[in-house]
Design a protein around this ligand. Structure first.
Ligand SMILES: Cc1cc2nc3c(=O)[nH]c(=O)nc-3n(C[C@H](O)[C@H](O)[C@H](O)COP(=O)(O)OP(=O)(O)OC[C@H]3O[C@@H](n4cnc5c(N)ncnc54)[C@H](O)[C@@H]3O)c2cc1C
Length: 462
């Protein structure tokens, strides 16, 4: 705003999440001056160590890393952050139609619960895999069948492709646990691209790598918590990052950009907007953006998700032969993981509260959310789960600077019509954020890849 101190840099980066921080690292490495403007009082965005109230934290946002997520892996290694395997020994819990059952994840069908309709499901999953092979990751609108797949939701497709309630429930659960939305919210084309994107340049994406713990996206965790990665990268960037500086307006004028944030203005040659399209839509652009980009940002909502954790003096489920992973069709939590520290010195259960379930808890008190979370854990893991030492939860739908999570998704008709505007620079404005990534879109790896891509895009222009 007028009167605020004015800084100058080659590039101003809006957003201090993994995408913005990575872009800053590479631009600084290329000899350019950079200022990062971050709305929050911390770096990391959707990567956040949720305080447990005893001086320790548990992952409140992004957590897992798996094979082919090469760029987040390289970044973590460069910062001295190690990984360890997600606890995955024993059986998983399946809570369905009021009944609890256990299932092994190393059987013929992999990590699929033993529901009626399992063959029906397998056939549908194979079909999804075959369709995803026809997608070029990052540009799904170029597929020959793009119009057909972008004309239906996953719900519409799955009701045609399956006959059993079990298969339909599990396909809905796949969408809820990966995108935190309902199958009726999201385009089939979007999901096929998500599957195709779960790989790298030499290993085509596939559904198993997307959803599995063993050999999949949930295989490993970071020692000390995932937030170590953005926090250490932010420390390297030092006072190039300005916190508590929400950007309100981006003005392109006189051959450069002026970026106006609360308390500070920055003039630069170019600007990178490093966040989800939905959150970028809160910024005023002058002159206005091309309609295809402006309207893309109106059509890219965030999922609705919270993470709930309970801390116990031991991971008691391990002694009972359980992984700590569960899937449920009722209650607040629909999927869980063992979030204990690497040495198992105490037990932490983590549950996702997704889509309708978290909206039902809108306006509820922390005590009511906690009661709902513990009720779920108790149904899944027995009465021992009802008496934790402490609990915590992190809602993302209430976060002003995230607007939900884990990722933005699109309803039918959006990618084929507006998708090409996702990465296309608008004059001096460039776009990063996991939503723009070719591989592992929606993940930390995608965020890092998008930061690396935007830096490569900019360096020859500066
Ligand atoms: C509950 C949950 C679980 C997840 N689990 C995983 C997982 O297990 N593995 C995985 O790889 N990924 C996971 N993810 C996804 C992962 O967190 C994201 O893909 C990634 O962190 C996105 O990084 P980003 O830089 O693209 O965006 P963000 O992290 O959203 O960064 C955007 C930044 O911009 C800032 N900002 C917004 N508006 C403004 C403004 N106007 N001015 C200035 N700054 C602004 C925000 O504060 C934020 O810091 C999860 C996410 C959630 C929410």
């Amino acid at each position: 705003a007028p009167g605020d101190p004015a800084l100058t840099a080659d590039v101003v980066i809006v957003g201090g999440g993994l995408s913005g921080l990575t872009a800053a690292r590479d631009l600084v490495g290329g000899g350019k001056s950079v200022i990062v403007l971050e709305a929050r009082d911390r770096a990391g965005g959707r990567v956040y160590g949720m305080p447990l109230g005893d001086g320790t934290t548990s992952e409140g946002g992004a957590e897992f890393i798996g094979p082919t997520q090469d760029r987040i892996a390289a970044l973590a290694t460069s910062l001295g952050v190690q990984t360890f395997p997600t606890y995955n020994t024993g059986k998983n819990v399946y809570y369905r139609n009021g009944k609890r059952s256990l299932y092994a994840t190393d059987g013929l069908l992999g990590a699929v619960p033993p529901d009626w309709g399992i063959l029906d499901l397998e056939i549908a999953m194979l079909r999804i895999g075959d369709m995803a092979k026809k997608i070029t990751p990052g540009t799904p609108w170029t597929a020959a069948e793009a119009e057909e797949w972008d004309s239906q939701t996953v719900h519409t497709w799955s009701r045609g492709a399956t006959i059993s309630n079990g298969a339909r429930f599990l396909l809905d659960a796949f969408i809820s646990s990966t995108l935190s939305c309902r199958s009726k919210d999201v385009s089939m084309l979007y999901v096929l691209n998500y599957v195709a994107s779960a790989g790298n340049e030499t290993n085509p994406g596939n559904i198993d790598r997307l959803i599995n713990t063993k050999a999949g996206g949930q295989e490993s965790r970071f020692v000390g918590g995932s937030q170590e990665v953005p926090l250490r990268l932010a420390a390297q960037l030092g006072d190039r990052i300005k916190y508590n500086a929400p950007v309100r307006r981006i003005v392109q004028e006189n051959g450069g950009v002026r970026v106006e944030a609360d308390g500070v203005n920055v003039s630069a040659k170019r600007v990178v907007v490093a966040m989800s399209p939905a959150i970028a839509n809160k910024i005023e652009f002058l002159p206005g953006l091309p309609a295809s980009r402006a309207q893309l940002m109106q059509r890219f909502p965030m999922g609705s998700v919270a993470k709930f954790v309970a801390v116990y003096d031991t991971p008691f489920w391990r002694a009972e032969g359980l992984t700590g992973q569960a899937l449920a069709d009722s209650g607040a939590i629909d999927a869980t993981f063992d979030n204990s520290p690497p040495d198992g010195s105490r037990g932490i259960l983590m549950g996702f509260i997704n889509q309708t379930n978290i909206r039902r808890l809108d306006g509820k008190s922390p005590a009511e959310v906690t009661a709902a979370g513990l009720d779920s854990f108790t149904k899944m893991f027995g009465t021992k789960a009802s008496t934790p030492l402490r609990t915590a939860f992190q809602r993302w739908d209430n976060e002003t600077w995230s607007g939900g999570g884990p990722v933005g998704y699109t309803a039918p008709g959006v990618l084929t019509e507006f998708g090409p505007a996702l990465r296309e620079p608008c004059g001096l404005v460039h776009w990063a954020g996991t939503e723009t990534s070719t591989y592992w879109t929606g993940y930390m790896d995608g965020a890092v890849r998008s930061g690396e891509r935007v830096a490569q895009e900019l360096l020859p222009l500066l």
